[in-house]
Design a protein around this ligand. Structure first.
Ligand SMILES: Nc1ncnc2c1ncn2[C@@H]1O[C@H](COP(=O)(O)OP(=O)(O)OP(=O)(O)O)[C@@H](O)[C@H]1O
Length: 295
């Protein structure tokens, strides 16, 4: 495989459970060194897709290549990928250290167990049995096994669910270091702000189909940003196109947030008008999600 070939190449993927079509003609690529976030509504087919790409499940049809190989060819692919599943079945009687060592051996990559425990923030829990870990600590153990041996491709399935803010920051710092080492990362999460901050590109799945794909900017620029405030009944008409409701609340939808905000603030000052509860922000991924059914 040449160095410019995509790390993941999915073309026309289909998967059904009985008569239910969970994944319908899905195509996407992940380039080397990218952080690609596969996001979607509940039941959209993300986990099913990733199980196929990770080599755990066979597709009904379509072509899937990981590092140029069929991911079912485990000898060619498995040692190059690290997977953080939503639930990894650790043996409850093994300690944290033993679990990491076992998964490390299975990965066929080499690393230092103390290093990996340090990266995952689990050094102080090395001797604790997996069954005695808290939810967040289990998540960190999942992460530790995924990053053992610095794999070239890492799948992070809901990596920060159940983690407190400091553990989240530590996990993302560890992901940043992996990326500095050249790793490609595939992320699924329902924390849209994490994807918005971290992803180079995002694929948005809904009902088995990739509805939208692109950078955050590409996904959000087709929707207007919103400015909201409340005006007194006696206030004059705002200088920008706005919807004014009976309760005095005003909504401005704009593709030029900065200019409209500037105009509004200047107008408010000139007319001594109070823009009560003023809120303004760029369009977010959450807005793109809410608009999914509208197109
Ligand atoms: N083993 C199975 N048998 C039957 N239906 C299944 C099976 N696994 C998943 N499904 C169905 O396929 C659809 C896609 O499921 P999948 O877990 O891939 O979605 P998801 O995008 O990961 O969802 P979520 O965000 O809720 O985790 C869902 O409607 C689910 O109920």
């Amino acid at each position: 495989m040449s160095s410019t070939a995509p790390v993941i190449d999915v073309d026309g993927l289909r998967l059904s459970y009985g008569t239910f079509h969970a994944v319908r003609d899905l195509s996407f690529r992940v380039e080397r060194g990218e952080l690609y976030a596969l996001l979607g509504t509940n039941g959209a087919g993300k986990t099913s897709t990733l199980e196929i790409v990770e080599g755990h499940r066979a597709a009904d049809s379509g072509r899937v290549r990981v590092f140029g190989h069929d991911p079912r060819n485990r000898r060619a692919v498995r040692h190059r990928i690290g997977v953080m599943l939503q639930e990894s079945g650790f043996s409850p009687d093994l300690t944290v250290e033993e679990s990491v060592r076992l998964f490390g051996t299975l990965s066929r990559r080499s690393d230092s167990v103390p290093r990996v425990l340090g990266v995952a923030g689990l050094t102080h829990k090395a001797g604790t049995r997996a069954s005695q870990l808290s939810g967040g600590e289990k998540r960190r153990l999942d992460f530790a096994t995924a990053v053992y041996g610095t794999p070239e491709l890492v799948f992070l399935d809901e990596p920060t669910t159940g983690l407190d803010i400091r553990s989240r920051d530590a996990l993302w710092a560890a992901v940043d270091r992996l990326r500095e080492d050249g790793a490609t990362v595939v992320l699924t999460t329902h924390y849209l702000e994490e994807a918005q901050q971290r992803a180079d590109r995002i694929g948005l799945m809904h009902e088995g189909v990739l509805k939208r794909e692109g950078t955050v900017h590409e996904l959000t620029r087709t929707l207007p940003a919103v400015i909201r405030f409340t005006l007194a009944d006696t206030a004059p008409r705002p200088p920008v196109p706005a919807v004014r409701r009976d309760d005095g609340s005003v909504v401005v939808e704009t593709f030029d947030l900065e200019a409209d905000l500037y105009t509004l603030l200047g107008w408010a000052r000139a007319h001594a008008v109070e823009l009560r509860g003023l809120e303004a922000g760029p369009t977010g991924l959450d807005d793109v999600f809410r608009a999914l059914d509208d197109r």
